[in-house]
Design a protein around this ligand. Structure first.
Ligand code: DC
Length: 226
């Protein structure tokens, strides 16, 4: 099998990873994998069962009853399938964001999901976004980007997105949620969010989407088929 190209984009919540990764995947004809959606699906499953994401024994007891599949529709949009049910939209709430961050801290949860993520990258050219792609999931990724922005800028972007979708939101609460997730995601013992040694740092605080896409395309061009 020909060697596939993998582009890892890690960074904190709201840095613009999914928007940028989706755009790049479309332009390059790669498969976009949003790994946060996988953790969100686990969190959603536990929520339905009434298991706290912090309850390691409870999560461990029921994780084997969960099957998670990733499917793509004709437009290339990633769908999350939980035990045969499409939960793509259900996992996008502030509560599930927090629960996903908490449930992802258990090492056995991360272990269960590791092969699934690596398998996609073995079969397809991928742009994969998450927290530990460059450090743990694909340590030999062709290109590694660490995308970040100030917490205030990220909160404002998230807030605007929620308002545009017709959801209720308060900017101060969105900022608090982001800061809490930043803390949890960077302080957990297993696979914490951090920049890989060989990742290129891109701060998007002062860039618009076009600017970020252009910056990352230039980084990719240097490493892929130079
Ligand atoms: O990218 P996101 O906001 O959808 O991710 C939700 C949570 O899932 C995030 O706060 C931490 C966890 N996560 C992770 O631990 N590792 C990843 N590769 C992706 C997400």
């Amino acid at each position: 099998m020909a060697k596939t190209v993998s582009i890892a984009i890690d960074g904190p919540a709201g840095a613009g990873k999914s928007t940028i990764a989706r755009r790049l995947a479309q332009e390059l004809g790669y498969c976009y994998v949003d790994t946060g959606a996988i953790y969100r699906t686990v969190a959603y499953f536990m929520d339905i069962l009434g298991i706290s994401p912090k309850d390691a024994d409870g999560v461990a007891k029921y994780i084997d009853e969960l099957t998670v599949e990733i499917e793509y529709d004709e437009a290339g949009k990633q769908h999350m399938i939980m035990n045969g049910m499409d939960v793509t939209e259900d996992i996008r709430t502030p509560e599930i964001s927090q629960n996903a961050s908490l449930v992802s801290a258990h090492s056995f949860v991360r272990d269960v999901l590791l092969d699934m993520q690596r398998d996609v990258a073995k079969k397809h050219n991928v742009i994969m976004d998450g927290r530990d792609i460059g450090t743990v999931v694909l340590p030999r990724a062709t290109v590694k980007i660490f995308l970040t922005a100030s917490a205030e800028v990220r909160a404002k972007r998230r807030y605007d997105e929620m308002i545009a979708k017709g959801q209720k939101a308060e900017l101060s609460q969105v900022l608090k949620d982001i800061q809490q997730r930043d803390y949890q995601d960077t302080h957990r013992a297993v696979a914490p969010l951090k920049q890989a040694k060989d990742a290129v740092l891109v701060d998007t605080s002062r860039l618009d989407i076009e600017g970020v896409v252009a910056a990352i395309k230039a980084i990719i061009a240097e490493k892929v088929n130079p």
